[in-house]
Ligand binder design. Structure first.
Ligand SMILES: Cc1ncc(COP(=O)(O)O)c(C=O)c1O
Length: 432
């Protein structure tokens, strides 16, 4: 249980860091957490210019508008907050840092609420259209067609957040959900999925094994796989998932006074990063910001793909505390967006994420934020990069840089969060 080892690693939780913030020793207080354990790869294949026409078949503003129309009609929809981390920006020598905090998204704790549930909606609409020759999408979105979809079963593999979204969407529209989780997904995450009425099946092996198991079982039972990752022959639904994420990107851009110059975005299979790259690129064209893709060093399939110049799997147990990013195989439809649109790839050790969670909880970055293990990875990489002159230069970070980060989850595993930070998410929020 390497995760437990990391959690117990002796970093003082929530140190009042006012004096310490400027020093890397606060952020990385043990030798194992040294920024030297991180790696940077500048993307040689990065393509500048206008958003490629060919990409629009997968992700487009037209698709975003369709998704936004549906998602904004769901009960509880509200844009998530965009926090300014002004104190940290000054310390890191950049003009601004904005952190889009997805912790409150639809009460599910992560940005994933946008993708899986939207793909369930699109799938059910397509099934009803096929079966009945038409569908009232407004009625479906409002949960008024539950009787019509109750015999449809959707399933997926998940490390937690995507499955929660699929289960929540299925319940909202009235379908049945079966969610596959792999060996190291915590029981708390499983419970959260069950709380949305889904059946949870635990499989042997890692995330990629659970993807295959979900696929096999669905084929046998006539269920529909709603996956956030794509593979040859299975691309439409993951495209809808990614298109749902664009809602988050558009909200962030709408709340900023000036366009970002840099975005650090965390990557698992690459769906989130692809959605971010696509929406920014179509919005800003040749002036699109530099996007840096960030992964755990133990599950860096996107970094390795960039190095190899083609989608490349990494194997093993992908053991990282950043559970949402414990993926060994890039999503085939996401990868081209990263290959052409990412300016660099960074890997970080678990300790960098843990320290960053504590920093955000302490309030000393300029705002008090409950950021989960995967959610803070982009910020963790920015902190690493900003401290190294050679990396600053390679990425083009300077005192004029305006950095946008997507805090992709809050305390989605509340017990784990409390053990890492030393206070519960609720206690941190109450003190904010
Ligand atoms: C909180 C969080 N951040 C980032 C990611 C990475 O997203 P993707 O797998 O689309 O790259 C995930 C994936 O589950 C996640 O749950």
């Amino acid at each position: 249980m390497k995760i437990l080892f990391h959690i117990c690693f002796p970093v003082k939780p929530d140190r009042p860091a006012s004096k310490n913030l400027g020093s890397m020793t606060y952020l990385f207080p043990n030798p194992a957490a040294s920024p030297a354990k991180s790696a940077l790869l500048v993307n040689a294949a990065h393509q500048k210019g206008l958003y490629p026409q060919a990409f629009k078949a997968t992700l487009s503003h037209a698709g975003y508008f369709r998704a936004a129309g549906v998602i904004s009609s769901w009960p509880g929809y509200a844009p998530t907050p965009l926090a300014s981390l002004s104190t940290l920006a000054a310390r890191l020598g950049v003009a601004s840092i904005h952190y889009k905090d997805e912790g409150g998204r639809f009460g599910l704790g992560s940005f994933k609420a946008l993708g899986g549930a939207y793909a369930v909606f699109r799938l059910l609409a397509a099934q009803l259209r096929r079966r009945d020759g038409g569908v009232d999408e407004t009625a479906l979105a409002a949960g008024r067609l539950k009787e019509a979809v109750k015999d449809i079963t959707v399933c997926c593999a998940t490390d937690g957040n995507h499955g929660r979204s699929v289960a929540w969407g299925a319940r909202m529209f009235g379908a049945r959900a079966v969610i596959f989780i792999h060996a190291t997904v915590s029981e708390k995450r499983a419970e959260a999925i069950r709380s949305f009425g889904a059946e949870v099946v635990r499989t042997a092996g890692n995330y990629d094994d659970s993807v295959r198991e979900a696929d096999r079982t669905a084929a046998t039972n006539g269920w529909f796989v709603v996956s956030d990752t794509s593979y040859p022959g299975y691309t439409d639904i993951p495209r809808d998932v990614m298109q749902g994420y664009a809602v988050m990107v558009a909200e962030a851009l709408g709340a900023l006074d000036a366009p970002p110059t840099h975005v650090f975005i965390q990557g698992g299979v690459g769906g989130l990063a692809a959605a971010v790259i696509a929406h920014l690129w179509e919005t800003y064209g040749a002036d699109t910001p530099s996007v840096v893709v960030v992964e755990p060093d133990q599950a860096a399939c996107l970094y390795e793909s960039a190095r190899a110049g083609k989608p490349t799997a990494v194997t093993g147990d992908l053991d990282t505390v950043m559970a949402g990013m414990a993926c060994g195989e890039p999503s085939v439809i996401a990868w081209p967006f990263l290959q052409s649109g990412a300016s660099a790839f960074i890997t970080i050790p678990d300790e960098a994420a843990l320290s960053t969670m504590r920093l955000l909880a302490s309030g000393t970055a300029g705002a008090t934020i409950v950021g989960g293990e995967s959610g803070v990875a982009g910020l963790a990489a920015l902190i690493v990069a900003a401290a190294r002159p050679d990396w600053r230069q390679a990425i083009g970070l300077d005192p004029a840089s305006r950095v946008l980060l997507f805090g992709s989850e809050g305390d989605t595993d509340p017990d784990l969060y409390a053990r890492i930070v030393g206070r519960t998410g609720d206690a941190v929020r109450a003190g904010a």
